[in-house]
Every structure is written in structure tokens, then in C-alpha cells.
Design a protein around this ligand. Structure first.
Ligand SMILES: Nc1ncnc2c1ncn2[C@@H]1O[C@H](COP(=O)(O)OP(=O)(O)OP(=O)(O)O)[C@@H](O)[C@H]1O
Ligand SMILES: [Mg+2]
Length: 515
């Protein structure tokens, strides 16, 4: 049953395969609760790994983690294999790396605020258009002044700086109201409460670490623990979107490879599209379309195909449709729509069968010769080789400890970025003021002495003269401004030198490197 150039999915009237050659043409796994979506994801991930294709997937309920250990020969699994004529069924573990945004159930996965960019970050904070405009300005100032926005405290200190310089900044970049800055700061607070501060910082994820194979040539399966993350749906969906855009920006064009460079499973995909602003939706469509030629296959997993916008749905060539219920008129309509997307099989009525499918049974259609969808087949899906259900805490701990990623990512780094630079800048300003005051005190003393020696007036008399004092204060403030301006220019120059390049933002606003 197993083939080198395809992933075996199960058997209808014939064995059903997902051809590696067309696996970057994306896919969709749908079905009601408990119908077999996660297990279908599991067997697909296994198949890709076996073929040397690395996989990234989110584990929403913890039950996908079993992929890291070998399954046990349970009767119902062996029976299923027998029923579908799957003679070469065997049990096996798969090379797995666990990741966790919160760093508990896997290696911490981080990115920097600069890397994420204003578009996705606005979505993360749920900002309105005006607030998003102000955030755009913050990113622009950071890019222009060479301030690195790595973690949340960097952005926070930049916002404080912006409040202080609101008038100057509004003159250059456009209106920056303190109420918008306040709204962004409140957004940051919410993000922090959701544990978002763990996600922003360094060491930032290098996507090359998601694209590895093990010594025997199997693709590494990266599993993101997402059970806790699901409590913050916006963080979850923005993170995955960021990852997708990162893959798109970083990977070279490969055209149509024999097999994908990476397969990306997007579970609970409806969260990506729920309430997403139109601009973002259009960009997602574009990224999904273009990432294909970088050799990345994206597979959405959700209950119902209607959860996915038509423009994205049209790009998902490989389909696994588990059972849908049709109790309400709305559900009945969704079943009809789902049925219509398949190339009909003369042997059955697609719409009827969707309602009758048993657990672990699905309608399958994959891309065949010339990328044409196959006739839909009523398919009994194959049983997984790895464990069905979660691994234990102890097993997970061992896998994490033995992973080569542990030494790379487990410790956080806090290098000098906007927070430190702005803190230093403020410190320098205070010190400069201090020095200026001392200089003026000295001058005053000096002048007093000279005058005294010329006129015989004493100090008290001079200090009581208001004109002189205000003149000195005026001079002081103008001098102070020019020194801090100079300090800023030097800073900007030195940072520009360090970067050696301007910062260029890609399609979803994340930073492009290597330019
Ligand atoms: N291919 C399969 N081989 C063997 N058993 C299966 C298969 N698919 C599903 N099952 C059985 O059905 C159960 C439910 O499947 P699964 O967890 O994949 O459903 P789901 O659609 O992901 O549900 P939910 O929406 O609740 O996450 C599994 O625990 C397993 O016992
Ligand atoms: Mg599931």
C-alpha cells in the first residue's frame, strides 16, 4: 500500500493517495466534532514525515502529541487495517519537536515585534483604524531611528517616548493622539495578561529549525502545544499567520518540487478568518496562493468548509471531508455546499453520504495528473502508526530534554533594544541637564566674582535681579535641546551603520531579511 511518491490515506473502492507532487497545492480536513479530523491530520503528518517532508502542526487538544511515540497494537486498529487491505501496517514513532508559546509543554517559540510588523500586531491588539495608524507610526519611527522593537517593553517605552514627543512626531508623521497611544498601551496590557510577553523577544525562531529531517531521513514533525493558547484565539491565529508569512518571506522560489519543503497544518482554521478585517483577509489569500511556489503546503482543519472564505477554499486542492450533521436548515445548506465542491462519483450521492459517514470515514478527493481533482471516494481512513491519543507528561519531558532545540531556544536573551536605548537616551538627557546646570552655576560664580571685583556688588544683590535669571534660563533650555538633538542624530547614524541596510517589510508587514 505504501508508496514513495504519495501518502496513503485509506481505501475507497481503491487505495486513496495524496501525491507528494501536488501536496503543495494545499488541502482541507473538515467534519463535525469527533468524526476523525485529528486522526486524519495525524496519518497525513506521519505520511509526510515518512517521505522526508517536515511538518508543522498545532495540537489544539493535546491528542496529537501521541505522534511522538509508537502506537500499541489495539484490536480495532488492526481490524481496520485488515478491512482496508492495509497489509504493510506497522507501528512506529515519529521524530517530533514540541513547541509552546508559553514555554511549558515545549521549547519556547518567540519572535520580535519588529519581525511581526504593524499589520499583524494591530490584529493581535484588535486596534481600530486610527489606533492602527498610530502603531504604524511607531514602527516607522523605530525603523527610521534604528530602534529595535524586540519585546513588549520595547514597544511600551517607545509609546511613552511618543507621548512625550507627540507634537514633534505629529508634525513629521501625521497625527498622533495620546488617546490612541493609550488604547495601544491598554492592548499591550491585555496581551501581557494572556501571556503574550513570553512570545515576544529572543531568541527568535529560525524557520530553518522547522524544516529539518532526522538521521534516517524522516521529516521532523513540529508540534505546537495549543491547548492553553486556544484561550487566546487572537494570539493563536496571529501567531500562525505570522509563521506562514515568515515562511513566505524567507523561503526561496522552488516552482513545483517533487515533494513539499514543509507542510503546515492550521487547526481550528475558522479562528483565522473570524472577524478578520478585509485587508488582512486579502493578504492571507495572497500568501496562501504564493507560498505554494515556495514548496509549502497549507492544510486547513475546521468543522465546516463554509468557515473558509471562498477565495481561499478555491485554492485547497486536496480534500478530506468527514461526516457533517444536517439537523437545522443552516446545517443542511452547509452540507449541500460542501458536497458541491467535490467532483461527483456516479456510484453515490455526495450530499447524502456526507451525512452517513462513520467515525474515521471520509470523502476523499486529491489532485491527480495535471492537478485535476480526483473523483470523490468514500474512504475508510487508515489507522495511525503512532499512538492514538496524548503522550504522558513524563514522555513529553523526556522528548523535550533530548531535543537538539533545547540548547538553542530554552534560555531567553535580552539584548539592547528600544527599551534600553530609550532608557539610555533619557538618562543621557538628565545627565546633560545636570552638567549644563553645573556649568552655568560655575559661570555664574565666575561672573559674580568678576563683577564683584569690578563693582563691589555682592552675590545676593545680583541674584535678585529677575531679568538676568530669565535670560540664563532661556539660554539653558535652548542649549539643552540642541545637545539632545545632536545625541539623537549620532545615535541614528550609528544604528544605521550597524544595520547597514534599511528595513524592508513584506506582504504581511513582517521584516524581510537578507536584503
Ligand atoms: N483513521 C482512524 N483510525 C482509527 N481510529 C480513528 C480514525 N479516525 C478516527 N478514529 C477514532 O475516532 C476518534 C475521534 O477522532 P478524532 O479525535 O480525530 O475526531 P475530531 O474530528 O478531531 O474531533 P474533535 O472535533 O472533537 O477534535 C479517535 O479517538 C479514534 O478512536
Ligand atoms: Mg480533533
Amino acid at each position: 500500500m505504501l508508496k514513495d511518491d504519495a501518502v496513503y490515506l485509506g481505501t475507497s473502492e481503491k487505495p486513496e493517495y495524496l501525491k507528494l507532487k501536488y501536496a503543495n497545492r494545499h488541502g482541507l480536513i473538515t467534519g463535525a466534532t469527533g468524526t476523525g479530523k485529528t486522526v486524519s491530520l495525524q496519518i497525513m503528518a506521519e505520511g509526510f514525515s515518512r517521505a522526508g517532508v517536515p511538518v508543522f502542526c498545532a495540537d489544539v487538544k493535546g491528542d496529537l502529541s501521541g505522534i511522538a511515540v509508537s502506537g500499541t497494537p489495539k484490536d480495532f486498529l488492526v481490524e481496520r487495517a485488515d478491512n482496508i487491505g492495509f497489509a504493510d501496517y506497522e507501528l512506529s514513532a515519529f521524530p517530533t519537536v514540541f513547541w509552546d508559546l508559553f514555554g511549558k509543554q515545549g521549547h519556547p517559540i518567540r519572535t520580535t515585534i519588529s519581525d511581526m510588523g504593524p499589520l499583524l500586531f494591530s490584529r493581535l491588539l484588535d486596534l481600530n483604524a486610527t489606533q492602527e495608524g498610530v502603531l504604524n507610526i511607531a514602527f516607522k519611527i523605530a525603523d527610521d531611528e534604528g530602534l529595535l522593537l524586540l519585546d513588549l517593553k520595547d514597544l511600551r517605552s517607545l509609546l511613552i517616548e511618543m507621548s512625550g514627543r507627540a507634537k514633534e512626531i505629529s508634525g513629521i508623521y501625521g497625527n498622533v493622539s495620546t488617546s490612541s497611544i493609550g488604547a495601544i498601551q491598554r492592548g499591550l496590557l491585555v496581551l501581557e495578561q494572556q501571556g503574550g510577553e513570553n512570545f515576544f523577544g529572543e531568541r527568535a525562531l529560525d524557520i530553518a529549525d522547522l524544516m529539518k529531517t532526522d538521521a534516517s531521513g524522516r521529516g521532523i514533525i513540529s508540534v505546537l502545544a495549543a491547548d492553553e493558547l486556544m484561550h487566546s484565539p487572537r494570539l493563536y491565529s496571529t501567531f500562525l499567520l505570522w509563521l506562514l508569512s515568515e515562511l513566505f518571506e524567507e523561503l526561496p522560489e522552488v516552482g513545483n518540487p517533487d515533494k513539499p519543503k514543509l507542510v503546515f497544518f492550521f487547526d481550528e482554521a475558522h479562528l483565522l478568518f473570524d472577524e478578520a478585517p478585509k485587508v488582512l483577509l486579502q493578504k492571507v489569500e495572497q500568501v496562501v496562493k504564493l507560498v505554494r511556489s515556495k514548496g509549502v503546503g497549507v492544510y486547513f482543519v475546521t468543522q465546516n468548509p463554509v468557515d473558509i472564505p471562498d477565495a481561499v477554499l478555491a485554492q485547497l486542492g486536496n480534500r478530506v471531508q468527514h461526516a457533517l450533521r444536517a439537523y437545522t436548515p443552516k446545517e443542511a445548506k452547509a452540507v449541500r455546499v460542501a458536497a458541491e465542491t467535490f467532483r461527483p462519483n456516479p456510484k453515490f450521492d455526495t450530499e447524502e453520504v456526507i451525512k452517513q459517514l462513520g467515525v474515521g470515514e471520509a470523502l476523499v478527493s486529491t489532485l491527480e495528473k495535471k492537478g485535476v481533482p480526483s473523483i470523490v471516494g468514500r474512504t475508510m481512513m487508515r489507522p495511525p502508526s503512532s499512538r492514538l491519543g496524548p503522550i504522558t507528561k513524563k514522555e513529553r519531558k523526556e522528548i523535550i530534554a533530548n531535543s537538539p532545540m533545547a540548547s538553542l531556544y530554552d534560555e531567553g536573551i535580552d539584548r539592547a533594544s528600544a527599551f534600553e536605548v530609550l532608557k539610555k537616551r533619557a538618562q543621557r538627557r538628565v545627565e546633560e541637564e545636570e552638567r549644563q546646570r553645573e556649568r552655568e552655576d560655575r559661570e555664574r560664580e565666575e561672573n559674580g566674582r568678576m563683577r564683584r571685583s569690578r563693582t563691589g556688588y555682592d552675590d545676593d544683590y545680583r541674584d535678585d535681579r529677575p531679568t538676568k535669571r530669565s535670560r540664563s534660563r532661556k539660554r539653558r533650555s535652548s542649549r539643552r535641546q540642541s545637545t539632545s538633538e545632536a545625541a539623537m542624530k549620532t545615535l541614528a547614524r550609528s544604528v544605521a551603520r550597524n544595520l547597514g541596510r534599511s528595513l524592508v517589510r513584506g506582504l504581511l508587514g513582517s521584516l524581510k531579511r537578507g536584503l
